[in-house]
Design a protein around this ligand. Structure first.
Ligand code: PEP
Ligand code: MG
Length: 859
């Protein structure tokens, strides 16, 4: 159908309205993906109907009312041809206005078509055009055509009458006028607010352009075998090879996919008749064109085709829409088939996609009955009945009954309940709150700070923002990926860590040029980290090891001890537990580095707040209740997050750190006896002054010397500092000489740099982001300007004073692609993030490295 038109240079020489030929100046970023794809198909000499592509620029001008030379465009097509116009945005996922088919239909063409194709086909084409034009271009309400019998002999006349009655003018008969109106309406639709918001939500930039393609219609209706359909070579859900699609005789556009269409399968199929049986030659040609497209376009494509009197036309090819699982499988298979390189396969998978793959998700097809929302704190989705206490969650788990643990906020006492629940919902807290950190650590879907839902634990109910009441026992669903809370049980899509995922991860490791460790507090976390091939543990928060109920009481006893001797006696009981914990971690990590952070509690987190639990504690400690409450009161702080935490506790109550250091060293010796090479890393939290490091280092060195002598075994260890106060970053030059490593704890560093409580910011953060005060929640996305400046300063000063110092980041930002990019640029040695984010971080790091080579190569 491609007939070079020597006559009309106006189109062929104008890059903004250009005929699609093998050499026309068409590019993705000037004419959009569809136009570029059509040019590739033309180059492959596939039977593509004649097409003119309009550039982003031309379409922008059309939207402003500056029309191109319409007559010149029309003259590119044979006299009497019908045309269609389709959108061509830079990324097909950004959408665009719907296609308009059969432009050019009028009385004269109706008569001619009726002769060629038969009256019924001509009538159907004309009626369809009138209705499409009326709704998509003249913006009439579709109800206007409610009574029109489309296929009946009078349908056409009725449609034309309805149009005229509504608009008080006859249906336009001039093909050029019709085309101009279609182009104008599509250009303006792209500029509409809802279209803009929709595409921006899919990642389109504010100034994303729209191209349009004007194509000669292959009709799909008439004598002989005529029809239209779609074909792809893979299943978009699984990514597995499978000829997928439908064909419908006497149809156009996407009719074949309509719910009740009597469409045929494509290949032979036991479920019913197929195109392969109906038109074997056309099917064979179609399949071989699709295979050629896969190889030459280096992508799984959905092929839109028409058969006109037995002859096949390829109208279009678009990238197959795909699930997260399919996107990984397709990229890997294309690389395995040597169609693309492994590096390209890595670049084609969005890190976000992996995160979806690692967790159960709500099916994209499911209907969402949203009853509230909060901060998406730990990805994945789960359904269960509401429980309001950790004990109920455990009871529910014992019955095998999935539940959602609903709390105002969680505390160490809730850990067992969190493990038992399928998801957690809290009223308060931000992205670094207890629930969020634990949730991410154990891969539990979690929404925190859902302040637009009213929590009434005493009445055992939740009140949704629309007034609906959800009592204990009712079913809700938590979507920790979007932050939504939903009524009922929408359909789910399972996590899918298949062979393709493993392969992609191996390839990512080959490119990754920054270390990826995991934050892991328990043997179970460490095992997850190992399964995802983390290169070590970058942060083991030892206080989390005491959240187990059996240990919590001992821990509380230790906190309640009045004298150093009493405290040492309790610590003696904690020592074997810690030694066993660390030995387990070293075993699981098999010689990979394990960085253990010394105890960093806000101590209040360990103390019971309600009377019943205080009474339980009094019983356990064999103390009068009044003593317990008095002690709790005496320990309460106005600002616990800035109080007796971290190294401050280590300096004032050194016995705790001494016990931990001893447990670490004894575990090192025990693990080494099993043949492992273990060099533990001990990290001091919340440092703000050099002297703190000196003090702690002195007594830890003394413990090391004592253990070496007592057990007569040598071992090495590395001592480092967690940089999470602005002062530690600023004074890194005097701190670093005492350290083997500096690890930036960006949760506290963000809190202290902004002076913004990490536990309370959730309440107003969305207002702040919506009003553009902060571009993003800085607890979620690293603030590279402010907090980042401190990281850079700390890194530079630390490295200048101690060139061998290992640099890393271990706050929740560690797994974000943006933070990884920042850390690579600042030449950090590794990032550490929750175990389930390790694959995401590894892919993001590999992509940054590959991007680096590409830029280097193009310089
Ligand atoms: C941090 O502050 O960044 C950090 C990792 O420690 P935590 O979240 O335990 O305070
Ligand atoms: Mg911290």
């Amino acid at each position: 159908m491609l007939r070079p038109n020597q006559k009309d240079a106006a189109v062929q020489n104008n890059p903004h309205t250009t005929l699609v030929t093998p050499t026309a100046p068409i590019a993705n970023d000037t004419h959009g993906g569809r136009a570029k794809c059509l040019q590739r198909l033309v180059r492959l000499e596939l039977p593509v109907p004649r097409t003119v592509a309009l550039s982003f620029d031309a379409v922008q001008r059309i939207a402003r009312g500056e029309m191109p030379d319409i007559a010149a465009i029309v003259s590119q097509f044979p006299n009497g041809a019908l045309l269609c116009v389709r959108p061509s945005s830079e990324d097909p996922d950004w959408g665009g206005p719907g296609a308009v088919l059969n432009i050019g239909m009028n009385e004269a063409r109706f008569t001619a078509l009726a002769e060629r194709l038969g009256d019924a086909a001509a009538r159907a084409i004309y009626t369809r055009f009138v209705e499409n034009y009326a709704v998509d271009v003249a913006r009439l309400d579709p109800d206007v055509f409610e009574d029109v019998e489309g296929d009946g002999p009078d349908g056409l006349a009725e449609a034309l009458r309805a149009y005229e009655a509504e608009l008080e003018e006859p249906f336009p008969g001039d093909p050029a006028e019709q085309l101009a109106a279609v182009l104008k309406s599509m250009a303006r639709a792209w500029d509409g607010t809802s279209a803009r918001l929709l595409r921006q939500a899919k990642g389109a930039p504010v100034d994303a352009g729209l191209g349009l393609v004007v194509q000669e219609m292959a009709l799909g209706l008439g004598h002989g075998e005529c029809g239209s359909g779609l074909l792809q070579l893979v299943d978009g859900e699984t990514g597995l090879p499978q000829i997928t699609g439908r064909y419908l005789s006497q149809s156009q556009g996407r009719d074949a996919l309509a719910a009740n269409a009597a469409a045929l399968y494509l290949g032979r199929d036991p479920r019913g008749p197929s195109l392969e049986e109906l038109a074997p030659d056309a099917f064979r040609a179609l399949k071989s064109h699709a295979e050629l497209m896969r190889v030459k376009l280096r992508e799984e494509m959905q092929v839109e085709f028409v058969i006109e009197n037995g002859q096949l036309f390829i109208l279009d090819g678009v990238r197959v829409a795909r699930s997260s699982q399919a996107s990984v499988r397709i990229a890997v298979q294309l690389a395995e088939d040597k169609i693309i390189s492994r590096a390209e396969a890595l670049m084609r998978v969005q890190p976000r996609t992996l995160s979806e793959l690692l967790h159960r998700q709500i099916s994209p097809l499911a209907k969402r009955d949203v009853i509230g929302r909060g901060i998406a704190a730990s990805p994945g989705a789960a359904t269960g009945h509401i429980v309001f206490t950790a004990a109920e969650a455990q009871a529910s788990a014992a019955r095998g009954d999935p539940c959602i643990l609903v709390r105002r906020e969680t505390s160490p006492e809730d850990i067992r309940g969190m493990h038992a629940a399928h998801a957690v919902l809290t009223e308060r807290g931000g992205i670094t709150s207890h629930a969020a950190v634990i949730g991410r650590g154990i891969g539990l879907p979690c929404v925190v700070g859902a302040s637009n839902i009213r929590f009434s634990p005493s009445k055992k109910q939740l009140v949704a923002r629309d007034g609906r009441v959800f009592a204990a026992g009712e079913i809700i669903t938590i979507d920790g990926s979007s932050g939504q809370v939903l009524a009922g049980a929408p359909k789910m899509r399972e996590a899918a860590l298949d062979e393709s995922f493993q392969k992609l991860m191996e390839w990512a490791s080959d490119h990754c040029d920054i270390g990826i460790r995991a934050n892991a507090d328990t043997p179970a976390d460490a095992q997850t980290a190992r399964n995802f091939d983390a290169q070590g543990i970058g942060l083991c928060r030892t206080e989390h090891m005491f959240f187990e109920p059996g240990r919590l009481t001992v821990m509380r006893e230790m906190i309640f001890a009045e004298t150093s001797e009493d405290r040492r006696a309790v610590l003696e009981r904690l020592l074997p537990m810690q030694r066993a914990d660390f030995t387990q971690l070293f075993r699981i990590m098999e010689g990979r580095p394990v960085c253990i952070r010394l105890f960093d509690p806000p101590l209040h987190e360990f103390l019971p707040t309600d009377r019943a639990r205080q009474r339980e504690l009094a019983e356990a400690l064999d103390l009068p209740l009044s003593d317990v409450t008095r002690r709790i009161d005496s320990m309460s702080e106005y600002n616990p997050m800035l109080g007796l935490r971290g190294v401050r506790l280590g300096v004032t109550v050194p016995e705790i750190y001494e016990m931990q250091a001893r447990a670490i060293f004894e575990a090192t010796i025990a693990a080494s006896a099993e043949g492992l090479v273990v060099v533990p890393e001990i990290m001091i939290p919340l440092v703000s002054a050099r002297r703190e490091v000196e003090l702690v280092k002195t007594f830890i060195d003394a413990v090391a010397a004592a253990v070496r002598t007592e057990l007569d075994q040598p071992f090495d260890y590395r001592l480092g500092v967690m940089v999470e106060t602005p002062r530690a970053a600023l004074r890194a030059a005097e701190i670093a000489p005492h350290c083997a490593f500096l690890s930036f704890g960006t949760n506290d560093l963000t809190q202290m740099t902004y002076g913004l409580s990490r536990d309370d910011a959730g309440r107003f953060m969305s207002d702040y982001v919506q009003q553009g005060v902060f571009p993003e929640d800085p607890f979620h996305v690293l603030d590279t300007d402010g907090v980042g400046e401190l990281l850079k300063l700390g890194a530079e000063r630390g490295r200048a004073a101690q060139p061998d110092v290992t640099l890393s980041i271990c706050g929740e930002h560690g797994g974000n692609p943006e933070s990884i990019s920042f850390c690579r640029d600042a030449e950090f040695d590794y990032v550490s993030c929750s175990p389930f984010r390790v694959p995401v971080a590894r892919l993001a790091a590999a992509q940054l490295a590959i991007d680096g080579y590409i830029q280097y190569a193009s310089e």
